[in-house]
Write a protein that binds this ligand. Structure first.
Ligand SMILES: [Ca+2]
Ligand SMILES: [Ca+2]
Length: 62
């Protein structure tokens, strides 16, 4: 599932934290963290992750 970076079957704020922790070198990320498909996991992917999470929040509160 796109955006499910910690592979727990759903997209949540935990995925954003997981992806950010990978960029900070705290955890080993997964291929799912590469949200912009450039084969590098970095801050740009964290920004993409944030956009996905924010769009879900927007849909929920519409
Ligand atoms: Ca997840
Ligand atoms: Ca990337």
């Amino acid at each position: 599932m796109r955006g499910d970076t910690n592979l727990d079957g759903r997209v949540s704020i935990a995925d954003l934290v997981f992806c950010a922790n990978h960029v900070l070198g705290k955890v080993e990320g997964t291929k799912a963290c590469d949200l912009n498909d450039d084969n590098i996991i970095n801050a740009y992917d964290v920004v993409e992750m944030r956009k996905i999470i924010c769009s879900f929040i927007f849909i929920v509160f519409q």
